[in-house]
Ligand binder design. Structure first.
Ligand code: T3D
Length: 263
């Protein structure tokens, strides 16, 4: 597939996916959804990929759905946006969550509507200090989608989730970090180098262990303690047979740096 709305490449264990419609703040069209879906299939099926970067081109990260595609003229047949969510946003969020490697979201600018929640679906969110997060749905008569009603209360608690969702106000990257919505906010001048350092770290990390960690943490949202202890036992048993566990222990014992292969 030739990409028009995204940039995508894989190199040195790192897959990089950039939303690339900067004049529309990288908002999603049907075509862009199809391209992102295609890229994520490549990420999932390429055994060399050990981490994925999701970011945006230009001054914004992603402004959610392209509203120019939503006909609201009097008398026009309304678009079935539930259908769009079922075909596009729901599979996208589930795919990001299920990827067997850390997904780093580098929020370079404003993340609004579904754009904000796609960021929250990633495993680690690093934001430039000038970036911001807006649950813009409240401004246009919708509710937070793309997982917003799931992620927000779990990340920041119900009071702040309600405020963000009902008011649709801009939250600065600094406050997003302070509130626990994201992992880290960094100065704009250090944004690219901090992101690259994190990607380089994950590209040489014990990928299977990290994949199991993210999956176990996701399961904890609906498990009892006993169920979660069972998950930990079962996944740890598998990891205990991995090359990377063997290497990690050997490196520790011989006081050298480990060389993880992701297997
Ligand atoms: O429909 C379904 O499938 C259901 C799913 C829904 C998911 C959703 O995401 S619904 C929420 C959609 N998103 C929004 O409501 C956000 C709309 N955008 C904004 O509120 C503002 O653009 C921002 C607060 C994000 C940024 O403001 P600002 O002042 O920095 O930039 P701007 O001037 O508003 O935008 C720059 C350009 O991008 C502008 O075009 P122009 O005037 O230069 O030709 C603007 O129209 C365009 N743009 C920004 N967001 C969108 C967009 N064009 C289409 N759709 C957008 N979402």
């Amino acid at each position: 597939m030739t990409y028009q709305s995204i940039l995508f490449g894989i190199d040195g264990g790192i897959a990089r996916l950039t939303f690339n419609r900067p004049d529309r703040l990288n908002s999603f069209t049907e075509a862009m959804h199809a391209e992102v879906r295609d890229a994520l299939v490549h990420v999932r099926s390429d055994a060399t990929v050990r981490t994925l970067l999701v970011t945006g081109a230009g001054r914004g990260f992603c402004a959610g759905q392209d509203l120019a595609d939503r006909s609201v003229a009097p008398g026009a047949e309304p678009v079935d946006i539930g259908d769009s969510i079922e075909r596009n946003y729901k599979p996208l969020v589930l795919s990001l969550r299920a990827l067997p490697m850390p997904v780093v979201c580098a929020v370079n600018g404003v993340a609004a509507g579904a754009g904000a929640n796609i960021a929250l679906a990633c495993d680690i969110v690093i934001a430039a200090r000038s970036a911001s997060f807006i649950q813009a749905f409240a401004r246009i008569g919708l509710l937070p989608d793309a997982g917003g009603t799931y992620f927000l209360p779990r990340l920041v608690g119900s009071a702040r989730a309600m405020g963000l969702a009902l008011l649709g106000e801009k939250l600065s990257a600094e406050d997003a970090e302070r509130w626990g919505l994201i992992w880290k906010c960094v100065d704009d001048a250090e944004f690219v180098s901090s992101t690259d350092a994190m990607l380089a770290h994950f590209a040489s990390a014990p990928t299977r262990g990290l994949a199991a960690t993210k999956q176990a943490l996701q399961l904890s949202a609906s498990n009892t303690l006993e169920q979660q202890l069972d998950v930990e036992r079962d996944r740890q048993r598998e990891l205990g047979r991995s090359d990377d566990y063997r290497e990690g222990v050997a490196a520790f014992s011989s006081k050298r740096l480990p060389k993880f292969t992701g297997r």
